[in-house]
Write a protein that binds this ligand. Structure first.
Ligand code: NAI
Length: 358
């Protein structure tokens, strides 16, 4: 059996830090495990175009391992050029880089290591909310420049206390974000999700559901996006929806770049309709050098909290998703049932309710 893994290059960092398991160099720590059983294991970061290792090796691979941090985009065309493909494993959470409907049509299973990095991301979201609301990035840049002008920063710095924070998507990450915000004494914690939280879970954090998206965003000082990217969420936060945000709201998106319209967000920040935008996910990864989200600013020259896609790939998370990939492979090879929470597409179609209402 051929197993193909598309991972990111770790370079010298991966040589110096073996816990960077999600890299081409450290190969999720599974080479020995696969080769001892006689399987072929091909690992590469080359993923774009017909001459990439990804597209060439897919032709006879049975298992594909990809990571959202450096996504090998498995389009319908590539699925159709891969007759042996039976299983796609996402090393992490979020399988939108795979054409899931094509996987269903071709009876290819898609599994994620659900839960593996949800705390990692929730912590990053809380950090991003705070750094926007408190105007941290321009304050730090000022210090590095050698300047000191408190009023320039303080004129746009606020407390999180008494603000309304809402999450689009209240699954594993969205819920954990709200849970972590409870001690900040926000005015209200809101959520928008077609799946209601269990009554006990909502009560435990005093979260209120708002069923209309425009009404929801119009009530939030801070909006955080925590739903998967699928047909129903691509471009969900667009110019039209941004008009319904409170003037000067903050937006944090660590879910997927393409859920927010790139140019509409940049424009809303520039006009001051948004005070800030932060996240680690981009509509294309790696993001081009001239991507507008790298340098966009609000009218006061701040409000940008963008970083490369790393919130869910802390060393703690890498240990968990590398282990998870191995156990999915063990189950597959021995014919044992998979952990139900990991199955996005099973042999007979969608097994999750999180990738849109069908
Ligand atoms: P989950 O499956 O536990 O929760 C997703 C929630 O979103 C579900 O409650 C679902 O009903 C809801 N949802 C789906 N479509 C929606 C819509 N149209 N409107 C409102 N809610 C909707 O997933 P989890 O673990 O919370 O992860 C969410 C997403 O976060 C992943 O799919 C992935 O894209 C992203 N992620 C990002 C990471 C990073 O490193 N930046 C790491 C891990 C996940």
């Amino acid at each position: 059996m051929k197993v193909l893994a598309i991972l990111y290059d770790g370079g010298v960092h991966a040589e110096q830090e073996p816990r960077l398991l999600g890299t081409v160099e450290n190969q999720l720590g599974i080479r020995k495990f696969l080769e001892e059983q006689g399987h072929e294991f091909v690992v590469s970061s080359s993923k774009e175009g017909p001459d990439s290792v990804f597209q060439k090796e897919m032709k006879d691979a049975e298992v594909l391992i990809t990571t959202p941090f450096h996504p090998g985009y498995l389009t319908r065309d590539i699925v159709e050029s891969a007759p042996k493909l039976k299983l796609c494993i996402t090393a992490g959470v979020g399988s939108d880089h795979i054409d899931l409907n094509a996987a269903v049509d071709h009876k290819i299973q898609v599994l994620e290591v659900s839960g593996s990095n949800v705390v990692s991301v929730a912590e990053h979201v809380v950090m991003s909310i705070l750094l926007l609301v408190r105007n941290f990035v321009p304050a730090h840049e000022m210090i590095e420049r050698g300047d000191w002008q408190v009023s320039q920063i303080a004129r746009h710095a606020f407390d999180l206390e008494n603000k309304v924070v809402g999450t689009i998507g209240a699954g594993r990450i969205g819920y954990r974000v709200l849970q972590r915000l409870v001690p900040f004494d926000c005015k209200e914690l809101l959520y928008y999700d077609y799946a209601a939280l269990p009554a006990q879970a909502a009560k435990a954090i005093n979260a209120r559901r708002v069923e209309d998206l425009k009404v929801f965003v119009s009530q939030c000082d801070v909006v955080t996006v925590n739903c998967p990217l699928h047909e129903g969420t691509r471009g969900l936060v667009n110019a039209e929806l941004l008009k319904h945000f409170k003037k000067g709201a903050w937006l944090v998106n660590t879910a997927r770049g393409a859920i927010c319209d790139k140019d509409a967000v940049a424009e809303a920040l520039k006009s001051g309709q948004l005070s800030g935008y932060a996240g680690d996910v981009w509509n294309v990864q790696p993001a081009p050098r001239d991507h507008v989200w790298r340098t966009m600013k609000n009218p006061l020259g701040g409000g940008n909290g963008m970083v490369p896609h790393y919130s869910g790939t802390t060393l703690d998370a890498q240990a968990r998703y590398a282990n998870g990939v191995k156990s999915i492979l063990e189950n597959y090879l021995s014919g044992k049932p998979q952990e139900p929470g990991n199955v996005i597409i099973g042999v007979s179609g969608y097994e999750t309710k999180a990738y849109g209402q069908r």
